[in-house]
Design a binder for this molecule. Structure first.
Ligand SMILES: Cc1ncc(COP(=O)(O)O)c(C=O)c1O
Length: 479
């Protein structure tokens, strides 16, 4: 190949050593690979014109997903340090760009790199929180979406309602009444950028900075972190087989201004908040004039029996209800909704209008039609059937290897003896395309419980058997 030295450069293992990846550092793995290679090129450790390892080989050597390495290679190709030659492989540029040095300023770092292994990648086996990639109703959705894109292209150019499209808010009023037992009006509904967007709006509108909040223990790590970032002290409140322990909440922080909970299917244990606890929680909120934020992230996606009604169905005055399309349709839509008590509707409307308006209504209107035409309910029914089948398939695959297994909403928990290095197991599993979540990180006290939480939504080609055996081998290795 003209201009290219046939020297194949350092091996994948040597290259991996030069990059020196640090897991759970505050820079993403992709960014670490990119800067590590750029530095190795600048310092001549990866010689100009030499071939670099394939994405697959380097990924195995580093113990990361192939897509992580590919993303770093793409950036290095963009900055002309590498040249991609298709089947002939990837090479260090024969003629390096003039600066021939590490760029002084790297690109903006990926957020949450210590807990989210990568954004913009296809979900891995066992990954929590991502719906089935192979079951998205792509055909009907693209037909509907295309129509709404055409409509907006030729339509009015005025400002849209900052609470989101009225069509979708009205559809949600009907849907929530039927599926979640919530009685509300469209004026109480705000379309948000998912659950996360709704939580941000609530912190802003209720002026929660400087206050205390109950947060479930174990609980959704990102929610706890979000509260702390918003200047709210997250008080961990234990969860038992009935859901959050209200008595403990009162003992630990009676003066909390909010309780942030997942009553439908607790995250990650999957328990439904009992009726008695619902009563205690609402009584506390009324007595203290506090708010309950209901994270209904799995909404109707209850695999066993009928989904319990939402907490907001019991008390529309004290509960702020959040739903998301991230679990039912796709996280790529980045869409959810917030239902606020009637008395707060005006204040929330003003808050979003001035500080956090809803995104473009094109997607809202397409989702509204998807609901209106009955596709959404049909899709949910299909997903429940599919996930129930995948859950039993996963249990069958795990049973020969693990004696104790518990179901937890759309996941299976494998409890492991205290002291097992579950974080290490989860990290090592990434190299095999598996993304179990270590149970310990969901707890405030990271040494209290160990285990692996396995999402059931995405089935690997050929079934779960091989992945289950691989997990067993990893547990033995790090046990
Ligand atoms: C407990 C919990 N709540 C909410 C969400 C959804 O967040 P979003 O709508 O921002 O995607 C998730 C996603 O994993 C979750 O685990």
């Amino acid at each position: 190949m003209p201009g290219i030295d046939k020297n194949s450069g350092p091996s994948a293992v040597q290259t991996a050593e030069q990059i020196g990846l640090q897991r759970y550092a505050d820079r993403s793995l992709t960014e670490q690979i990119r800067t590590g290679m750029a530095q190795a090129i600048a310092e001549g450790r990866l010689p100009a014109g030499s071939r670099v390892p394939s994405c697959r080989d380097l990924a195995v050597a580093l113990g990361v997903a192939r897509g992580t390495v590919r993303a770093a290679y793409d950036m290095l190709v963009d900055s002309q340090l590498l040249v991609a030659r298709g089947a002939a492989g990837t090479w260090v540029s024969a003629v390096l760009p003039a600066a021939h040095a590490i760029p002084q300023k790297g690109p903006v770092l990926a957020p949450l790199a210590d807990v989210v292994h990568a954004f913009d990648v296809v979900p891995m086996t066992f990954q929590m929180g991502a719906p089935a990639s192979d079951a998205f109703p792509a055909k009907v959705w693209s037909r509907i979406l295309a129509r709404h894109v055409r409509e907006i292209a030729g339509g009015a150019t005025g400002y849209a309602d900052p609470r989101g499209s009225l069509a979708l808010r009205q559809e949600l009023v009907s849907y929530l009444s039927l599926a979640r037992g919530i009685r509300c009006q469209a004026s109480q509904v705000i379309i948000t950028n998912g659950y996360t967007g709704a939580l941000g709006i609530i912190c802003l509108a209720l002026g929660l900075h400087g206050s205390r909040a109950w947060s479930e223990d174990p609980g959704y790590l990102l929610a706890r972190r979000a509260l702390n970032l918003a200047g709210i002290e997250a008080i961990p409140v234990p969860v038992d087989e009935q859901g959050i322990s209200v008595a403990d909440g009162i003992r630990l922080a009676d003066d909390a201004r909010v309780a942030l909970i997942t009553p439908g299917q607790q995250s990650p244990l999957g328990v439904t908040l009992s009726l008695a606890r619902r009563g205690e929680l609402l009584a506390w909120a009324r007595r203290q004039d506090s708010w309950i934020i209901e994270d209904d992230y799995l909404g109707e996606l209850q695999l066993q029996g009928r989904a319990a009604p939402a907490l907001a169905a019991l008390d529309a005055e004290r509960v702020l209800h959040i739903g998301t399309f991230s679990k039912t349709l796709s996280p790529a839509l980045r869409m959810g909704y917030l239902v606020v008590p009637d008395a707060l509707a005006g204040h929330f409307a003003e808050t979003v209008a001035l500080l956090a308006p809803a995104s473009s209504s094109v997607l809202h209107n397409a989702v509204a039609e998807f609901l209106h035409e009955g596709h959404y309910m049909r899709h949910l029914r299909r997903m429940k059937r599919l996930y129930a089948a995948r859950l039993s398939e996963l249990l069958q695959a795990l049973e020969p290897h693990f004696t104790q297994l518990s179901r937890a909403a759309l996941a299976v928990i494998i409890p492991l003896p205290q002291g097992t290095r579950d974080v290490q197991i989860a990290k090592a599993a990434l190299a095999y395309g598996l993304a179990p979540s270590p149970l310990s990180v969901w707890y405030q006290d990271k040494t209290a419980y160990c285990g692996l939480v396995l999402g059931v939504t995405n089935l690997p080609e050929g079934g779960f058997a091989e992945s289950a055996a691989r997990l067993k081998a990893l547990v033995e290795e790090f046990g």
